[in-house]
Design a binder for this molecule. Structure first.
Ligand SMILES: Nc1ncnc2c1ncn2[C@@H]1O[C@H](COP(=O)(O)OP(=O)(O)OP(=O)(O)O)[C@@H](O)[C@H]1O
Ligand SMILES: Nc1ncnc2c1ncn2[C@@H]1O[C@H](COP(=O)(O)OP(=O)(O)OP(=O)(O)O)[C@@H](O)[C@H]1O
Ligand SMILES: [Mg+2]
Ligand SMILES: [Mg+2]
Lengths: 160, 169, 169, 160
């Protein structure tokens, strides 16, 4: 229903405005409903202003800034309506070390109430997780899962 | 509805039976390019009822069945089982409330035959969707982010972005 | 046509005059997210004559002029100069063959006025394209790969992939 | 002209078939011209078979395999018709360490005859380059370029 969407939208927008500066270490962002054309529905527009910068079109943002803006929105929706688990596949790939660190901190915190599954190539992310699995293809074309112990982690991570 | 384990056999590059146990907190999955990490994500999407082969990088749903390697022949069935802890019985349809664990399964045969299972009993996709409805497991538009998709959220059309929020509404 | 240096002022996040000197071999550019690395790539694309603002992540060409920050006001002009060593004079139009270095420049003013320069002399886009034609510098479909574009080559339509090879033909 | 395209296509295809196994440490790949519909022109289809795997639709490849396949094609075109310089922006982002190593080796080799500019977050790539520049934003919203010396590189790279 349209009121229920508006209600959720407002909650997500409020949460997005809180999550963004936490992940970006400053700055501000928000969502805006666009005009519905004819009998269509309103679309959702994103405003994103990284710390110290001027508010500009979201297209001009860098690859990493775009990714982190999207992550802020996804996390905001998740915090409003959590699901039992959340799977993120290489979402940290375009992020620099500082941004990966804040992203990992937030995932760790949200993982107290939901399970998180992170597919990653990032060494810092590998060090943050509670359980680590490695997927290998010793036999070409055939995947095999192995458990990676905490003590082995740093060298396993280095080899991946 | 915490996930406890994922059992994969014959699904994409997982020729052999593979069991992934999920504990509390954060589970990481690592490995070289092409070793099968995103295929694990696809297996989860698939057993939750994904209907579009394109969302699993395939052209037809048959593409998810292990197709062989240079040294191994293809298999004729893909099967994925996802086991949940039933920690909130009230969220489930009455018929499943009594179980301590719920195992949802899906099979696809090369013949085209396809099955859904709940605790080993053949069921309909409708039953599987009902199980996931209350707990929010079905809300994959924001709870499963596939490789490369995070960038699309910013470049998406406003109507498509609305759809992600609608899933939470 | 080895590139010797790039001079940027007022282009995107490069408010102050910036000089990038290029030596032989491989030059690496590093830094945190959003610091301006891809903007350097945009500056090179732009001075080579890019006509589409969309290929530079903008909505209009005016978007390439430094638009200010929280503490700095906008500028009214963007200027990029790219200096080449003329190591193969025969590849150039006759009028430029005598120079040891060729500096191609482009300016855009907020008023909308736009200029192209060759060794300080106002020229037309046509002259700039002629300079780049022989050496292959203009073949940016495969010599400049923007962030995120490498994945698109595999998902592109066959006709679009043809266009990249056509540029080499 | 159509003959000139066909000529270039054949040379690029041959080179692609040589570059792919070098970057993938095995496997094979090739290009195929699709049927031109009506008066349209033929499109270019890619076949890509990483080592040990069966030839399948290119969509089923992993993120890293897709990227490395595309890089093989770009390098093949480049080797047939070199340009004075080549700029690659975060092309190594989805690649694991082994693939980044082979990619870097090949860039180093091609850089003997053309200049290469690599924008990267990857530590191994940073160690391979001949000249390293850092871009910073000490003043928020204002970019500044700094030269990074060889002795400082490992700690600068660690900080980036
Ligand atoms: N039905 C199938 N049978 C056999 N192999 C398959 C099948 N479907 C996909 N594959 C193979 O699985 C591999 C892709 O695996 P996946 O996408 O999980 O890799 P990944 O570990 O995520 O790698 P990356 O780090 O590059 O993202 C491809 O090489 C593909 O050919
Ligand atoms: N005209 C302009 N005036 C001022 N700042 C601008 C202008 N155009 C773009 N920017 C800013 O430049 C930044 C993007 O820079 P760039 O894309 O070069 O980052 P990057 O170093 O490549 O980062 P990443 O590692 O995330 O890809 C954005 O924050 C954007 O707001
Ligand atoms: Mg993957
Ligand atoms: Mg960038």
């Amino acid at each position: 229903s349209r009121e229920r969407f508006q209600e959720t939208f407002d909650l997500v927008n409020e949460k997005f405005q809180a999550v963004f500066p936490r992940l970006f270490n400053g700055g501000r962002a928000g969502l805006v409903l666009t005009q519905a054309d004819g009998d269509g529905e309103a679309g959702v527009e994103i405003f994103s202003q990284p710390p110290g910068k001027k508010l500009q079109s979201v297209n001009l943002l860098s690859g990493g800034e775009k990714a982190l803006t999207a992550v802020s929105l996804i996390f905001a929706i998740f915090l409003i309506k959590p699901t039992p688990f959340c799977l993120l596949d290489e979402v940290d790939a375009p992020l620099d070390d500082a941004n990966v660190g804040r992203y990992n901190e937030m995932v760790k915190e949200m993982s107290k109430t939901s399970q998180f599954i992170l597919i990653t190539h990032n060494k810092r992310t590998m060090e943050m997780v509670d359980t680590l699995y490695g997927v290998t293809m010793q036999e070409p074309g055939v995947s095999k899962l192995v458990s990676v112990r905490l003590s082995e982690r740093t060298k396993e991570a280095a080899a991946a | 509805m915490r996930i406890r384990r994922l059992d994969i056999v014959g699904f994409k590059s997982f020729m052999d039976k593979t069991v992934v146990a999920f504990d509390e907190g954060v589970t990481g999955v690592v490995g070289p390019n092409g070793c099968g990490k995103s295929n694990v994500a696809d297996a989860i999407r698939w057993v939750l009822g994904e209907q579009s082969a394109r969302h699993l990088r395939g052209r037809s749903m048959e593409d998810v069945i292990f197709n062989g390697s240079e040294t191994k022949p293809p298999l004729s069935m893909a099967e994925v089982l996802l086991t949940f802890e039933n920690d909130r019985p009230s969220e489930l349809p009455t018929q499943y409330q009594g179980y301590s664990e719920i195992t949802v399964g899906r099979r696809l045969f090369r013949s085209g035959e396809s099955e859904y299972l709940v605790n080993g009993v053949q069921s309909r996709l409708l039953d599987v969707n009902d199980i996931f409805f209350g707990s929010g497991v079905g809300r994959t538009a924001y709870s499963i982010i596939e490789q490369g998709r995070i960038g699309q959220i910013v470049s998406a059309r406003p109507e498509d972005r609305r759809a992600i929020i609608e899933e939470a509404a």
